[in-house]
Design a protein around this ligand. Structure first.
Ligand SMILES: *[C@@H]1O[C@H](CO)[C@@H](O)[C@H](O)[C@H]1NC(C)=O
Ligand SMILES: *[C@@H]1O[C@H](CO)[C@@H](O)[C@H](O)[C@H]1NC(C)=O
Ligand SMILES: *[C@@H]1O[C@H](CO)[C@@H](O)[C@H](O)[C@H]1NC(C)=O
Ligand SMILES: *[C@@H]1O[C@H](CO)[C@@H](O)[C@H](O)[C@H]1NC(C)=O
Ligand SMILES: *[C@@H]1O[C@H](CO)[C@@H](O)[C@H](O)[C@H]1NC(C)=O
Ligand SMILES: *[C@@H]1O[C@H](CO)[C@@H](O)[C@H](O)[C@H]1NC(C)=O
Ligand SMILES: *[C@@H]1O[C@H](CO)[C@@H](O)[C@H](O)[C@H]1NC(C)=O
Ligand SMILES: *[C@@H]1O[C@H](CO)[C@@H](O)[C@H](O)[C@H]1NC(C)=O
Length: 548
């Protein structure tokens, strides 16, 4: 569980970037992908959307960290989003600007200010509606209520049932835009009780069934001709929702940080077009994470509520995109107290936490981070162990006091904890790749060695580079992995996404807190860290693997 004081950040602590000269905004040229049928009774609307900004109020590098080297490129930031949306909305008759949640958690703007500066920013952006992400519940329902109370836009989420009086009265299942005869209904992930910190009395109903219920309800009870679903359920569940419902022709999502479009690395097309239970097209869109891209889709609805043409695509917000100068100045001013916050002592270490060699062998800093990650999940989930890339540890922590800033410098990438379920065979293959230095699945080099937690033991022959045994188990009772069994493992979103070629990439990754936050909380809890090398990676001269 998260404690207020335990929150750290995923930002480098250098003072704010000096204002640079930015080139004039280049308004995106929207390409019409599906031509209009030209019917006079049709209705056109431009929809801008963001999701999973995770407190990245200011511009970032492509990996999501503070942009301290502008000459290498800076992306996103709410000042750019505001400039593009404000300019774009002036050029069209009908438009909406929607927020799919997960504004909380990810940078010092949240760790230091909580929801305050986020709410201030969101209100200046003039969103027409917002739904709730899982991270909005990270401090419980009362804190969420205080945040929602500060927001001026309609808050929509149909599948939450909270006993908190403010959450209960501010969040509604749908919102109607009468001028557009359009309703937005919204749903969030029903996994929140196991991945965030919602109150024990708060429940989340099935998002797909709830969306269908409220879509039917608004068609029956409101003067609307079209329904848009705002979701925070992840791209895969968005697709399931699209296929398994009727009357919803546009799904705008978040949660899985999925990049859609025709750029390199995209997980699918923007929009992804699915077919619903009536055999009609449903358009699924989402806009990656951290505000690097702004979603924009222009749709033409026919009088029955179906989409008959569309244009648009994610807008890459780069250093060529203008910033709203007034908002950017506020954001930079909010950075001023961050340095002092970073100097706060969170605990101390009696031994050097070594990062040298973590890329090629077990290291004590690797033992510590994986133990912290495992402990973070162990109370909430049936996790067997942790593995994480050694290359993600960037600096040593010397003997003595450890500050927040030290931890951020060691884990500067904003990578977050996630869980993956792997069969024993898949786990064996991962570690056979570690031993060989070459992945068993794709025959390419494994970039950095995997650090492991307590409860995992890897035995290999360094001469033949063969994995001899891989054991898991708690309380000293270790046994060789069972090829047929499943193991829930803690790792980082970077590793689960194929980073350092440790495991085959997963596409639908649910991120929890960042590694620096998790380690900060762990050190605050134990206060004094005393971690010699644990000997979880054992060398042997054996040449024959133990057959699981
Ligand atoms: C909607 O937009 C399309 C594409 O720009 C255009 O061809 C069509 O005439 C518009 N329809 C209405 C009713 O404005
Ligand atoms: C803008 O970003 C590009 C990389 O995308 C970089 O090469 C260039 O130096 C940046 N320009 C400025 C003015 O910082
Ligand atoms: C709500 O706004 C007040 C006044 O600006 C601020 O003090 C408070 O921290 C905000 N709370 C949250 C949770 O955003
Ligand atoms: C408010 O409480 C009622 C009754 O428990 C419940 O049905 C509804 O879902 C709640 N609304 C929210 C937003 O939690
Ligand atoms: C529809 O929902 C059912 C039950 O929730 C699920 O098993 C199925 O996979 C879904 N169908 C599609 C096409 O996603
Ligand atoms: C897990 O639960 C134990 C026992 O209640 C508690 O001492 C520990 O602090 C918890 N760990 C975390 C990470 O919350
Ligand atoms: C370590 O931190 C404590 C608490 O902040 C402080 O009292 C002490 O002087 C620090 N020690 C050193 C060597 O900086
Ligand atoms: C492997 O064999 C060599 C040569 O006999 C020996 O020096 C070394 O200690 C052995 N290593 C292990 C891990 O048993």
């Amino acid at each position: 569980m998260k404690l207020w004081a335990s929150l750290a950040l995923s930002v480098t602590l250098a003072t704010s970037v000096a204002a640079e000269d930015y080139l004039e905004s280049r308004q995106p040229r929207l390409q019409v992908f599906k031509p209009s049928t030209g019917c006079e009774d049709n209705f056109n609307i431009s929809i801008y959307h963001v999701n999973d900004i995770h407190a990245h109020l200011d511009e970032i590098t492509t990996s999501g960290t503070d942009c301290t080297k502008p000459q290498n490129g800076c992306y996103g930031g709410y000042a750019r989003i505001k400039a593009v949306v404000d300019a774009g909305r002036k050029t069209v008759k009908n438009s909406l600007f929607l927020n799919m949640g997960d504004e909380f958690q990810g940078t010092l703007f949240y760790s230091f200010y909580g929801g305050e500066k986020i709410a201030d920013t969101l209100n200046q952006l003039s969103f027409d509606a917002m739904t709730l992400g899982n991270h909005e519940f990270d401090h419980g329902d009362a804190y969420l209520g205080a945040f929602l109370n500060n927001l001026t836009m309609p808050l929509v989420c149909a599948n939450v049932d909270s006993q908190d009086p403010i959450v209960n009265s501010t969040v509604k299942p749908y919102h109607v835009f009468p001028q557009y005869k359009l309703a937005v209904i919204a749903v969030t992930t029903d996994t929140i009780p196991s991945i965030s910190n919602s109150d024990d009395t708060t429940t989340f109903a099935d998002p797909i069934k709830t969306a269908q219920y409220w879509a039917d309800y608004v068609y029956a009870h409101e003067h609307v001709e079209r329904v848009v679903a705002m979701t925070h359920i992840g791209y895969d569940v968005d697709i399931a929702l699209a296929r398994n419902t009727t009357g919803i022709h546009l799904v705008i999502g978040g949660h899985s940080h999925t990049l859609l479009g025709d750029m390199a690395g995209a997980a699918g097309p923007y929009p992804t077009i699915e077919t619903n239970l009536d055999g009609e097209e449903v358009y699924v869109v989402t806009a990656y994470r951290y505000g690097e891209y702004l979603g924009r889709i222009d749709v033409e609805f026919d009088p029955s509520g179906k989409i008959v043409s569309y244009a648009g695509g994610p807008i890459h917000l780069t250093n060529e995109t203008a910033q709203d100068a007034d908002l950017q100045a506020q954001i930079e001013a909010w950075r001023v107290p961050f340095d002092a916050f970073g100097n706060e002592v969170i605990g101390d270490t009696t031994l050097l936490l070594n990062h040298n060699g973590c890329k090629t062998a077990e290291c004590n800093f690797g033992d510590l981070i994986c133990d912290a990650m495992l402990a973070y999940r162990a109370n909430q989930s049936d996790v067997a162990g942790c593995f994480v890339n050694g290359g993600g540890i960037r600096v040593d922590l010397p003997v003595g006091n450890v500050t927040r800033g030290d931890v951020i410098t060691a884990f500067p990438f904003g990578n977050a904890v996630t869980e993956v379920v792997l069969t024993g065979k898949e786990l064996w293959d991962i570690f056979a790749g570690e031993a060989a230095g070459v992945s068993v699945t794709n025959n390419k080099a494994v970039v950095t060695f995997a650090q492991i937690s307590q409860g995992v033991r890897m035995t290999y022959n360094p001469t033949t580079k063969t994995l001899i045994d891989l054991e898991v188990g708690q309380g000293g009772e270790m046994s060789t992995v069972d090829f047929g069994a499943s193991y829930r493992m803690v790792t980082s979103d970077y590793v689960a996404g194929g980073g350092d070629n440790i495991m085959p990439a997963r596409s639908d990754i649910i991120v929890l807190d960042t590694l620096d936050e998790v380690l900060t909380a762990y050190i605050q809890r134990v206060r004094t860290v005393n971690v010699p090398l644990q000997g979880r990676v054992v060398f042997t001269n054996e040449t024959t693997p133990v057959r699981p």
